[in-house]
Write a protein that binds this ligand. Structure first.
Ligand code: 4NP
Length: 184
């Protein structure tokens, strides 16, 4: 009778060719490696429209590929009004994205908007925009994104005990997760 909770997660940056597609790919890989694919809908978008239809930046693709994450199938798109209604969590990479999204979301949906690096931690870091930098900037962004995506899974109730074969009750029941599911 009770269908499991599905978490709809949208990662958002400026261009949707560097950080947010990386977050989409990394988070999807983490979710799938833990057998949680049916519990999540994962997507990404940009607040800007400069790169519509483009593949992720080659530097982002190469950095992700070195860590076993394939971004090649992703294409840039701009966030639309329907996204603000559809997704449960609208996750910004930096404060400028956060401000833009809060404004777009309005009173009805702004509670869904939060920074990727903020969940449950006393830090207010951003994912720096690597677009105008060098390859090292993409690796640095990936380090932050990988850790933050793991924190996000924790935050949603899927705590990682470091043993991916260990399916404990709190991970499998799903329906109790709503209480811990509010954006902060
Ligand atoms: P992203 O990086 O927001 O992480 O995708 C950028 C990509 C393109 C531009 C800015 C940031 N741009 O100005 O074209």
């Amino acid at each position: 009778m009770n269908s499991p909770t599905v978490h709809r997660i949208l990662f958002v940056c400026l261009g949707n060719i560097c950080r947010s597609p990386t977050a989409e790919g990394v988070f999807r890989a983490q979710v799938e490696s833990r057998g949680l694919g049916a519990r999540f809908e994962i997507d990404s978008a940009g607040t800007g429209d400069w790169h519509l239809g483009a593949r992720p930046d080659g530097r982002a693709q190469r950095a992700a590929a070195r860590r076993g994450v394939d971004l090649s199938g992703l294409r840039a798109r701009q966030i639309a009004a329907a996204d603000l209604a559809r997704f449960d969590h609208i996750i910004a990479m930096d404060r400028a994205n956060h401000a833009d999204l809060t404004r777009l979301a309005g009173a009805k949906h702004r509670h869904k908007v939060r920074l990727l690096l903020a969940p449950g931690a006393n830090r207010d870091d951003e994912i720096p925009d690597p677009y105008y930098g060098d390859a090292a900037g993409f690796d640095r962004a990936l380090d932050l994104i990988e850790r933050a995506c793991a924190d996000l899974l924790d935050h949603l109730g899927y705590r990682d005990h470091g043993d991916h074969g260990d399916h404990r009750d709190h991970r499998d029941s799903g329906d109790h997760l709503d209480s811990g599911d509010r954006p902060r």
